[in-house]
Design a protein around this ligand. Structure first.
Ligand SMILES: Nc1nc2c(c(=O)[nH]1)N[C@H]1C(S)=C(S)[C@@H](COP(=O)(O)OP(=O)(O)OC[C@H]3O[C@@H](n4cnc5c(N)ncnc54)[C@H](O)[C@@H]3O)O[C@H]1N2
Ligand code: MOO
Length: 403
């Protein structure tokens, strides 16, 4: 049977994935949240011309010559403007952030003057506009500086504050429930019995989902029975999860019960099995309002599928304007053999040559159980289905893994 191409599978996972509801949030809670609306400045910044330095506000024409003398008629500090006007021969003491008084068109820094009581002598000629920040040089009222779909950086928060927004409209975080399956799994730190495996998949998946802005719900490990798997799926629905991720039990073995349990619960299955390595037995469907991604149990398969499918889905539901991973161009660091019908995602290390060329070095062992290789990898090297064998130096494409 022909397996579904990865691009079709991704399109199916994302089909109908709309941004979740909008909510207002205080600015100090808004880091990494996704804007639901464009944000326009509520004020002009700076609202008036302001001094960039400590010194004297003058008329440039009066202070254009070294040794010119001026009379200090007042003072302006940040937040305390001067009410008068700078006339011929006048200077006003000014500090950084002070409003440039009427009549003045330059600031002479104090290091370039000699002060004697109310008299100052200019030691460096003034230049019109120098050391003055004109009104609106940063932004003007009504200007849209932050756009819908942006995931807010710490710098965006400072900008939003400067634009005078105490809160912002953002999208609700997707809720991702994660259910592991497998009789053999024991928790890290325990003493595994014969044939037992230490649970690892959930640690990577929770962290990956959270780093993309999702809230996660840990549904623990279900035993390999229909009853236990079904109970896990029901708990996901009761928790109000937007997305259920299962790991394990996705293949064709007698103990692989996830598909059966989902079918019994009434899932509308979009696909099961894709032309991808690792990750072939992945499944996707919809159970009421809850989207379901059934990941294979092999640790590398579950992570790679989470990275390739869950991450764009979380981004789409979070309302982000950019949801897809960016493929980067690189060259092969070593020869690779011809590929079969499955699109290959090879764990690779990255090096940058002196000329800036990115080199992708696939690790030697690509078995989907090898966690050490996964942790050491910095990228996934993408090999198209049926790609012919290729020598070191051949151009290739990589997806950088989160650092
Ligand atoms: N006859 C066939 N057998 C298999 C096929 C196939 O097409 N025909 N596909 C293989 C591929 S590819 C994959 S991938 C695996 C996926 O199988 P499952 O999703 O059913 O995974 P499990 O059997 O439950 O587990 C596989 C492996 O991973 C370990 N595991 C599971 N969960 C965790 C966890 N949370 N933390 C750490 N390790 C976990 C589990 O102990 C097994 O060792 O099927 C192939 N078989
Ligand atoms: O598709 Mo499986 O993930 O190769 O081991």
């Amino acid at each position: 049977m022909a397996l579904m191409p990865v691009s079709d599978a991704l399109a199916a996972v994302l089909a109908g994935a709309e941004p979740l509801a909008e909510e207002m949030i205080a600015l100090d809670q808004a880091f990494h949240r996704v804007l639901a609306r464009d944000v326009a400045a509520r004020r002009t910044q700076p609202p008036e011309a302001m001094s960039a330095m400590d010194g004297y506000a003058v008329r440039a024409a009066d202070a254009a010559k070294v040794d010119a003398q001026l009379t200090v008629i007042g003072e302006v500090a940040a937040g305390r403007p001067f009410a008068g006007t700078v006339g011929a021969g006048d200077a006003v003491r000014i500090f950084t952030g002070g409003v440039v008084p009427a009549g003045a068109d330059a600031v002479v820094i104090q290091e370039d003057t000699i002060a004697d009581g109310k008299r100052i002598t200019i030691k460096e000629a003034a230049v019109t506009g120098r050391h003055i920040r004109p009104a609106g040089i940063d932004f003007r009222e009504g200007e849209v500086l932050l756009h819908k779909g942006t995931r807010l950086t710490e710098r965006d928060l400072a900008l939003a504050a400067g634009m005078n927004h105490p809160q912002l409209a953002v999208r609700r975080r997707p809720k991702v429930a994660i259910l592991a399956t497998g009789d053999e799994l024991v928790m890290p730190g325990s003493t595994p019995g014969h044939g037992q495996i230490v649970y690892s998949n959930g640690y990577a998946l929770h962290a990956l989902a959270r780093s993309e802005g999702a809230d996660t719900i840990d549904l623990g490990v279900a035993a390999d029975t229909l009853a236990a798997t079904t109970s896990g799926i029901r708990r996901a629905r009761e928790s109000g999860a937007d997305i259920l991720i299962t790991t394990g039990g996705a293949s064709v073995g007698d103990h692989d019960l996830v598909q059966q349990a989902l079918t019994n619960e009434g899932i509308s299955m979009a696909f099961w099995k894709i032309a991808m390595r690792p990750g072939k037995p992945m499944m996707n469907g919809q159970l009421g309002p809850m989207r379901v991604i059934g990941l294979p149990g092999n640790p590398v398969s579950s992570y790679v599928c989470g990275f390739l499918f869950l991450v764009p889905l979380i981004r789409a539901m979070s309302g982000r304007s950019v949801i897809h991973h960016r493929r980067e161009r690189a060259v092969l660091g070593r020869d690779v053999s011809a590929n079969d019908q499955r699109e290959d995602y090879l764990r690779a290390r990255l090096e940058t040559r002196d000329d800036g060329t990115l080199v992708a070095l696939p690790v030697n062992h690509q078995d989907s159980s090898l966690l050490a290789n996964l942790a050491a990898a910095q990228a996934l090297l993408v090999r198209a289905p049926f790609a012919p064998k290729a020598e070191a130096g051949t151009p290739c494409e990589v997806l950088r893994l989160p650092a």
